[in-house]
Design a protein around this ligand. Structure first.
Ligand SMILES: NC(=O)c1ccc[n+]([C@@H]2O[C@H](COP(=O)([O-])OP(=O)(O)OC[C@H]3O[C@@H](n4cnc5c(N)ncnc54)[C@H](O)[C@@H]3O)[C@@H](O)[C@H]2O)c1
Ligand SMILES: O=C(O)C(=O)C[C@@H](O)[C@H](O)[C@H](O)COP(=O)(O)O
Ligand SMILES: [Zn+2]
Length: 371
């Protein structure tokens, strides 16, 4: 007998939705979408990438939707961050027209954060916004599928062309992790660790003590981990949907992380790897500004490294270019740097007008390069 899935609610008044978490949920996607009120009268589009399409996930999703009466079209994009751009968005608009999508249609984003952000952006803009459903297939996408940030990249920076468009439902099938490469598992754990660091010291300690079982992808552990991590994201988003204040804490590690991704042309580091380096750097900065002690920095870098994530500022990236890229971060106003810094493990603060000379100095010291 199938076990009932776990549910985490994202409370956003008339835009509230559930995150359903459990094993084998892709095979029940149609039933779950119907239950969430996604209509079957108009055609729908399932967007995925060519890696996910090679696994059984796409077939299971489409079969389930068809069994529930949905008329399904498919769009497959090339896998990878390089696809998160306006040209691919335009190809998806073409697909949407070919599939006859109208205002009552829905887009299902089946994949990692790239598919979710891109398909979500298309759903937010096609005919001024249609329903979309997130069906995350990476560990990292437990974060990207929740909260409604949808975007594409621009040569000037990550996610700078985007919108807030909440999904109607998130269906997280834990079984999808079985086909995910180990590197992507580690990458996803970076965002999980972030959620512990910014919000919940107990969760962070639990992660420290459960590393081996997490690495073994024990299904019960993964269900608990996802439910706790999604609950933190949901709690933050519910309090500040459009990032007027609090939500910026979810950007811990991203100021440097996004600069690393952008300067390395999105080809060297996964998102999780880049923000792992960014979190190690933000922890060092927090210590430099006397907010936390060295033991906490060692503890944080220790966990990231035990997971197999990088913590060192890349030697091949120029500190001045990193600094300039960070000044274009969406949190920066008037060219002044904003960083999310730790006050203790489990608590952070958004700090504006950070002294850029100090950041440059630390970048040079940690990257072991002189200016
Ligand atoms: N919107 C948000 O709030 C938010 C939050 C975090 C990250 N993001 C964005 O998410 C993106 C990163 O997402 P990601 O790490 O999921 O990357 P991704 O979507 O590129 O997926 C990583 C790799 O795994 C493959 N893959 C996906 N699911 C698979 C499966 N089940 N089996 C085998 N292979 C599979 C993909 O084809 C890809 O090669 C970045 O663009 C980042 O900016 C957005
Ligand atoms: O949901 C948020 O808010 C986040 O900051 C989550 C991040 O993990 C994610 O990478 C997000 O896309 C970054 O947002 P951005 O506004 O800095 O592009
Ligand atoms: Zn992120």
């Amino acid at each position: 007998m199938s076990r009932k899935e776990r549910r985490v609610r994202v409370d956003l008044a008339d835009r509230s939705y559930d995150i359903a978490i459990g094993e084998g949920l892709t095979g029940r996607l149609g039933e779950l979408a119907l239950e969430a009120g996604v209509g079957t009268s108009s055609n729908c589009l399932v967007v995925t990438d060519d890696n996910v399409a090679k696994t059984g996930h796409l077939r299971r999703a489409v079969d389930s939707l068809q069994r529930s009466g949905y008329k399904v079209f498919e769009a497959i994009i090339p896998a990878g961050e390089e696809s998160k751009n306006l040209r691919k968005a335009e190809l998806l608009y073409d697909k949407a027209f070919e599939a006859g999508l109208d205002r009552k249609s829905a887009i299902f984003a089946l994949g990692g954060g790239v598919v979710g952000d891109l398909a979500g952006f298309v759903a937010a803009t096609y005919m001024r916004g249609i329903v979309f459903i997130q069906v995350p297939t990476t560990l990292l996408a437990h974060d990207s599928s929740v909260g409604g940030k949808v975007a594409v990249n621009h040569p000037k920076g990550k996610n700078v062309i985007g919108a807030f468009h909440q999904p109607k439902l998130v269906v997280y099938d834990i079984s999808a992790l079985n086909t995910l490469p180990e590197r992507e598992i580690r990458s996803g754990l970076a965002e999980v660790i972030k959620h512990g660091l910014i919000w919940d010291a107990d969760f962070y300690e639990w992660l420290e003590s459960s590393t081996d079982r997490i690495k073994a992808l024990d299904p019960q552990i993964m269900e608990d981990l996802l439910a706790r991590s999604c609950s933190i994201k949901a709690a933050v988003v519910a309090q500040d949907e459009k990032e007027n204040g609090l939500r910026a804490i979810l950007n811990f590690g991203h100021t440097l992380g996004h600069a690393i991704e952008s300067l390395s042309k999105y080809g060297t580091y996964t998102h999780g790897e880049a923000i792992s380096i960014g979190m190690a750097f933000a922890s060092e900065m927090s210590a430099e500004f006397g907010r936390i002690n060295r033991d906490s920095v060692e503890r944080i870098c220790g966990l990231l490294e035990r997971i197999g994530l990088p913590t060192e500022v890349p030697l091949d990236l120029d500190p001045k270019e990193l600094l300039n890229s960070m000044k274009q971060d969406k949190k920066a106003t008037g060219g002044n740097l904003t960083f999310v810094l730790l006050s203790e493990i489990g608590r952070v603060e958004v700090v504006k007008n950070i002294d850029e000379a100090k950041v440059l100095d630390l970048l040079c010291r940690l990257g072991r390069k002189s200016v």
